[in-house]
Structures are given as C-alpha cells and as structure tokens.
Design a protein around this ligand. Structure first.
Ligand code: NAI
Length: 256
C-alpha cells in the first residue's frame, strides 16, 4: 500500500500502458482519476479497479484542450483537496517519411504528445506548488533518439525530455519531482499500428515485426505494459524522492 490515499491523475488510462499503470496504483492504495478521449475504455479500467475495491473516477478529456483539462483537474481537486501525482501517458502516432509528412500529421502528433503533456503539467502545478509536494512522470520514447518514419513522434518525445528537465529545475524547490520513462517496443494496441511502418521496411505482418524486434533485443523479448508501469510507480514513489530530471529507458536494451 505504498500509495495509500495518494491522488493520482493518469492521462490515457483507457488502455495499454496507462490502464496497467492505473490498476497498479489502485492496487497500491491510490485513488485514481483517468483522463481520456476514450471514455468507454476509461470506464472499463475504472470498473476493473472498483471490482478490486479500488477507487477510480473517469473524465472525458482531450489533453490538447486546455479548458477540458483545467475543468477536470479542478474537479479532482474539489473532490480530494489535493493532487499528489500526475502521469502524462496519453500519446499517439501518425507515421510518415519526413519528405511526405503533412502539416496536419506534424501538428497532431506534437499536440497530443508534447503540448498535451505540458497543458496537464501546467494545470496541476498550482495545486502541487501550494501543497509543497508533487510527482510528475512524463512518457517519452526510445524514438526520442531518432526513428525513421517518425519525425513528428521523435520530435515530440525528445521535446518531452527537454520540457521534463526544465520543469524539474523550476519545480524542485517546491517539493515537486519531474521525471520520464522512455519505453521501447511495448506490446499494446499502439504498437500494432507499427505494422504499417514495418511493411514499409519489407516486414510482412505484426508477428514478423515482433520477431525481428525480439531478435534485436538483448533481453530477447518485447516489453509489456507492466514493465513500464513498474518504473512509473517507482518514479512516483517516495523511493525516488531524490531523483528528478531523469529519463529511464524501459526498452530491454541500452539506448545510444
Ligand atoms: P495506446 O494507444 O494503447 O493508449 C494510448 C491512450 O491515450 C488511449 O487510451 C488513447 O485514447 C489515449 N489518448 C490518445 N490521445 C489522447 C488525447 N488527445 N487526449 C486524451 N487521451 C488520449 O498506447 P500505449 O502503447 O499504451 O502508449 C502509452 C504511452 O506510451 C504513449 O505516450 C506512447 O507514445 C508511449 N510509448 C509507447 C510505446 C509502445 O511501444 N507501445 C513505446 C514508446 C512510448
């Protein structure tokens, strides 16, 4: 119960890494609020948490919409009178080679991943500053070091690292730690979208793509949502009180 009565906001908790993270926080005593576009999925995660006697509320929020984010954050604060932890997990892809990438594809991916994480971090900041305590965990990606066909996503996920370090410096004096996880290939609905991307590189289907990823990985497996959730929980816990401004790659491989 290392998060007993901690109030945690998780964006993108309707499925994948976000859902697994929400479940783990709840199992450890936290009260969870999920912000997601996919309200049906968010409610399914909440129902799973409630079946285990946990507490979870859901909010239909587009993280790129400042008003929706602020309203939901205020509701969480009114309900619990504090916000301890923010997990910026919502993310999306729109792959294309840089020569063909449209402005809309660029804006969409930068808005959801980078601006969305900023809007949410800004919205919780005043509450965390007032209470002199907070933990913010961002979700970057191994793609931050460069990934063909993902110029928009790589820019967003590298941008998240710069933003995270800046927030860590600005907010440290107020008792707020800001860190990031950078997952490698994690088996979720999002990674299935990569099939298209794999096809362009001559790999036939998702199974073949996965095999190729496993062969390249020193640990010889792809990642699961739980692998990332465990590290997010560590960074949000008191065990990481003296850790801030750091990126932990959760990729089963050194990242250069
Ligand atoms: P996913 O696609 O399974 O889940 C993403 C969640 O974010 C969904 O519930 C979706 O509805 C929500 N979401 C998307 N746009 C949103 C918006 N504008 N407002 C609110 N919610 C929104 O993805 P997955 O795999 O669980 O990824 C979670 C995070 O991890 C993302 O930030 C992703 O970029 C990152 N990541 C994932 C990797 C992977 O291999 N799966 C690798 C590296 C990073």
């Amino acid at each position: 119960m290392r998060f007993k009565d901690k109030i945690v906001i998780i964006t993108g908790g309707a499925r994948g890494i976000g859902a697994e993270t929400a479940l783990k926080f709840a199992e450890n005593g936290a009260k969870v609020a999920i912000f997601d576009l996919n309200i049906q999925g968010a409610k399914e995660t909440a129902a799973q948490i409630q079946r285990g006697d946990g507490t979870c509320s859901t909010f239909s929020v587009d993280v790129t919409n400042r008003e929706e984010v602020q309203n939901a954050v205020e509701k969480v604060f009114r309900e619990y009178e504090k916000i301890d932890i923010l997990i910026n997990n919502a993310g999306t892809l729109k792959d294309n080679l840089s020569g063909q990438l449209t402005e809309d594809e660029w804006d969409f991916v930068l808005d959801v991943n980078l601006k969305g994480s900023f809007i949410c971090s800004q919205a919780v900041q005043k509450y965390m500053v007032q209470q002199g305590y907070g933990k913010i965990v961002m979700t970057s990606s191994q793609a931050a070091v460069g990934a063909p066909g993902r110029v928009n996503y790589a820019a967003a996920k590298a941008g998240i690292q710069g933003m995270m370090k800046t927030l860590a410096i600005e907010l440290g004096p107020y008792g707020i730690n800001v860190n990031a996880v950078a997952p490698g290939f994690i088996e979720t609905e999002m990674s299935k979208v990569s099939e298209e991307y794999a096809k362009r590189r001559g790999i036939e289907n998702f199974t073949e793509y996965k095999k190729a990823m496993i062969q390249r990985n020193p640990i010889r497996r792809v990642g699961q949502p739980e692998d990332v959730a465990n590290v997010i929980l560590f960074l949000a816990s008191e065990d990481a009180d003296y850790v801030t401004g750091q990126v932990i790659y959760v990729s089963g491989a050194p990242v250069v």
